[in-house]
Design a protein around this ligand. Structure first.
Ligand code: COA
Length: 260
């Protein structure tokens, strides 16, 4: 697929996906959603990619939300179809089997904030602004915001953001746990890459299992989550990477993981 609204490159096991509609503040129109679906599908199936950085082009926006012009045509049926399609993409990102780091370089509003919520880890520039302003438009978040935001920052804070439509700065986002770290804008991509490469250096199957344990487990009763954790641990006991990790520790050397 020849992308018109995103860019994609892979450098040494790290995929960079950039939403590239700067004149519309990287708003998520149908084309962006389709292209992200295609690229994340490719990334999921490409074993040579260990992590992804998702960001927005230029320095004003990560993504300023769903494309508001497209929303004007929606009715009950198409509105539901559009939300389910977006949710399908965001579920793919959340369950990719490899970490997706959101480098939030500016506005992450509405669908842009929801996109960041579907990512594994969120790092923000000091200049970033986040929020769920849908109530200003007579709608609610439909790409998972009501569900993922409340699971991440708690019900009270999620409802405060969703009901007021408030736009908060990066420091406040950090204070409430919406982002993991905040950096000066010019350091954001370097710091995000550093974190991604740290994760890439770990055993890939262990990273995948940890993601599955946390992502699936958070939606299960504790006893079922613990059971899932033990099962995933057990599967790792049969991997070459476990043998390599233990041998490297005991041999006082760096491990060399194969993802096997
Ligand atoms: N959908 C479609 N277009 C959008 C957009 C969106 N979500 N957000 C911004 N744009 C467009 C603007 O319409 C404008 O286009 P134009 O130059 O053709 O008129 C362009 O991007 C620049 O935005 P502008 O509003 O002029 O920038 P600003 O710096 O004055 O304000 C924001 C920035 C983010 C505060 C403002 O654009 C905004 O409130 N956007 C909508 C956010 C939102 O409600 N998102 C949730 C959608 S469900």
């Amino acid at each position: 697929m020849n992308y018109q609204t995103i860019s994609f490159e892979v450098k040494e096991k790290l995929a960079w996906v950039t939403i590239n509609r700067p004149r519309k503040l990287n708003a998520l129109n149908a084309e962006v959603i389709n292209e992200l679906q295609d690229v994340f599908h490719q990334i999921k199936n490409n074993e040579s990619i260990g992590a992804v950085i998702l960001t927005g082009s230029e320095n004003k926006a990560f993504a300023a939300g769903a494309d508001i012009e497209e929303l004007t045509a929606l009715n009950t049926q198409t509105g539901k179809e559009k939300m389910l399609k977006g949710q399908n993409l965001f579920n793919l990102i959340e369950n990719l089997g490899k970490p997706v780091l959101a480098a939030i370089n500016g506005f992450a509003l509405g669908g842009g904030c929801e996109l960041a919520l579907a990512c594994t880890i969120r790092l923000a520039a000091e200049t970033a602004k986040m929020g769920q302003p849908e109530v200003n438009l007579g709608i609610i978040p439909g790409y998972g915001g009501t569900q993922r935001l409340s699971r991440l920052v708690g019900k009270g804070r999620a409802l405060e953001l969703i009901l007021t439509g408030a736009i908060i700065d990066a420091r406040e986002a950090y204070r409430i746990g919406l982002v993991n770290q905040v950096y000066p804008a010019e350091q954001l991509l370097t710091e995000t890459e550093k974190l991604a490469r740290q994760i890439i250096s770990k055993a890939p199957l262990a990273v995948k299992a940890a993601l599955e344990a946390v992502n699936q487990g958070i939606n299960l009763p504790l006893n079922e989550g613990l059971h899932l954790e033990a099962n995933l641990f057990a599967l790792l006991c049969n991997t070459r990477d476990m043998k390599e990790g233990l041998a490297a520790f005991l041999g006082k050397r760096q491990p060399s993981f194969q993802g096997k």
